[in-house]
Design a protein around this ligand. Structure first.
Ligand code: TYD
Length: 286
């Protein structure tokens, strides 16, 4: 498919957003992560190398999870050593190394970004925030792993995309940039915030709170305690800063899921798989 794409269009820049990204899935079935995240990146790098005469940039989108887990203090910087803990983060780490190696070995013009947890419109409901919104709307239990004190640094998807675009336009080739939202929150705080927003925006007839649905469940194996990003390099070099606070971004996100029940229904019912089969003949294109 990539060979076909490169033959059909005059591609001069590649931005690799494609990945299997859900940690829980990678614990149950790591195979797809190796195939998509490592082999997929390799395929894109190879086709880019073969077309290097017209390629001005290969940008690779990655995750802060490659750095492993933080204790209560400190931040990940671009100099933090790689120490991935899940099959997902290990597969992303491998792909980052390949991209870096193609720059050193073949002088491919690359940039890499490592971002914190994304949230916002169109996020697949396996991820924490949409899962909590949709379960809460259906009065289903809200599963919180372990004691709910794990910390994530939340980045609104549009802030992320603006950062990627700035890096693509003005980033130094061969460099890595960390992207974070400066919105650290424990999972229990995050789930509580979603419940409060929903209680305000769609008050339940019996006036009870969705917080009553919070259920502590068995922890994820190898669950990283804390992620937090120091994104000062990106701020200083390219003048980027996140626009959304966690409060404003979360409000927009909850509103988006309330306004887009058809999308939610299609994704949750698996109809989107029919669409993929129709367009690609199989499910490989998901
Ligand atoms: P997730 O959205 O899967 O992102 P990641 O694991 O890449 O950070 O999960 C975010 C956090 O929420 C993570 O600490 C795991 C936790 N979590 C729950 O407590 N319950 C859930 O049902 C899910 C999916 C995640």
């Amino acid at each position: 498919a990539m060979t076909h794409a490169f033959k059909s269009y005059e591609i001069d820049a590649v931005c690799n957003f494609a990945a299997e990204s859900h940690v829980d899935r990678s614990i149950v079935a790591p195979d797809a992560f190796i195939k998509t995240n490592i082999e997929g990146t390799f395929n894109l790098l190879e086709i880019s190398r073969q077309n290097s005469d017209r390629l001005v940039l290969f940008h690779h989108v990655s995750t802060d999870e490659v750095y492993g887990s933080l204790g209560p203090d400190g931040f990940f910087t671009e100099k933090t050593s790689y120490r991935p803990n899940s099959p997902y983060s290990a597969s992303k780490a491998a792909s980052d190394h390949l991209v870096r190696a193609y720059h050193k070995t073949y002088a491919l013009p690359v940039t890499i970004s490592n971002c914190s947890n994304n949230y916002g419109p169109y996020q697949f409901p396996e991820k924490l925030i949409p899962l909590i919104i949709l379960n809460a709307l259906e009065d289903k239990p809200l599963p919180v792993y372990g004691d709910g004190r794990n910390v994530r640094d939340w980045l609104y998807v549009k802030d992320h995309c603006r950062a990627v675009w700035e890096i693509m336009k003005r980033g130094t080739r061969g460099q890595t940039y960390n992207i974070g939202g400066r919105c650290e929150s424990t999972n229990i705080e995050t789930v509580t915030m979603v419940c409060d927003l929903l209680d305000e925006m769609v008050t339940k007839a019996d006036r009870t709170s969705r917080k009553d649905l919070i259920t502590f469940v068995k922890d994820r194996p190898g669950h990283d305690l804390r992620y937090a990003i120091d994104c000062s390099k990106l701020e200083k070099e390219l003048g980027w800063a996140p626009i959304e606070s966690f409060e404003t971004g979360l409000r927009k996100t909850v509103q988006w899921y309330l306004n887009n029940s058809q999308w939610v229904h299609r994704v949750k019912s698996g109809e989107y798989l029919d669409w993929v089969r129709q367009h690609y003949g199989n499910e490989e294109g998901v």
